[in-house]
Design a protein around this ligand. Structure first.
Ligand code: COA
Ligand code: MG
Length: 242
């Protein structure tokens, strides 16, 4: 029997102002080009997030077998980074950041499409956005929410799931968000329904919703070639391995 594929989801609390120990450590793992890019951010939060996300990815993809800065990334046409070298490190990975938290998902097998997203639960939400961009079944789910609080939470769950999916397929906002709908939003493993048949071509999808740390909501999307078993998700604190 084939092993169940695993996805590691690492999270780290990044600083919103001056770089701290985490940022300094991650900085030392970056390529010159990444450091240059990081230094172009004017807002410290954005700089810290970029540094921590890339540092984490390098460290984790390198698995202690290669210096993190020697991992080579290339960028797909819509901005998704992927590993080119060394060949054994070409695992699916994806980074997401929000105020105070950075997540990096890594697939332990070299196959599959992976997308992650994270949001702060206190972030401002605008119900008009749902009416404008979400699919009709999702709009209905939001309408049926009993209280403002539940509606807010449900909105954020759908939002992070949608973003994890468009990041997994790498198209970002080029894929209209109303072309797919999430169901079973209240479960740990929501499911997707493609409303545009063109999206059906890819993979068998697994989704995870979780609270990586108090005050944050995270989502993971993983697309595999076959409808094998649902992958396992392991959450880990990056600070513990620094
Ligand atoms: N696909 C997958 N990953 C991508 C990507 C793409 N097309 N483009 C960039 N990324 C990765 C990068 O690693 C990036 O971090 P880095 O530049 O520091 O390495 C990281 O994803 C950023 O992710 P996140 O923190 O989630 O950024 P974001 O929330 O601003 O959104 C996209 C990223 C890809 C979805 C982008 O298309 C976007 O502009 N989104 C706006 C937010 C939005 O409206 N979302 C809709 C939710 S329903
Ligand atoms: Mg995001």
């Amino acid at each position: 029997m084939k092993d169940i594929p695993a996805i590691q989801l690492w999270h780290a609390g990044s600083s919103s102002d001056e770089p701290g120990l985490l940022e300094r450590c991650c900085e030392s793992l970056l390529s010159d080009e990444e450091l240059l890019r990081a230094n172009q951010f004017r807002v410290p939060t954005s700089r810290n997030q970029h540094v921590v996300g890339r540092g984490m990815a390098r460290r984790l993809l390198g698995r202690g077998q290669v210096e993190p800065e020697e991992i080579c990334f290339a960028i797909e046409k819509n901005g998704k980074p992927y590993v080119t070298q060394p060949s054994w490190a070409r695992c699916p990975f994806n980074i997401a950041h929000t105020d105070g938290l950075v997540m990096c998902g890594i697939g332990t097998e070299c196959q599959g499409l992976l997308g992650v997203d994270v949001e702060k639960t206190s972030r401002r939400t605008d119900p008009a956005l749902a009416d404008r961009y979400f699919s009709q079944p999702e709009i209905e789910i939001l309408r049926r929410c009993g209280s403002e609080n539940v509606r807010r939470n449900t909105f954020l769950k759908i939002w992070t799931l949608k973003e994890a999916f468009i990041k997994a397929i790498g198209t970002g906002l080029r894929t209209p968000l109303a072309e797919f709908a999430f169901e079973r939003i209240d479960s740990r493993n929501p499911v997707i329904r493609m409303l545009n048949p063109d999206l059906e071509s890819i993979a068998h999808w697994s989704f995870f919703l979780m609270e990586p740390r108090p005050g944050y909501i995270g989502a993971v999307a993983f697309g595999a070639d076959s409808a094998a078993q649902q992958p396992d998700l392991k959450l880990q604190r990056f600070e513990d391995v620094l």
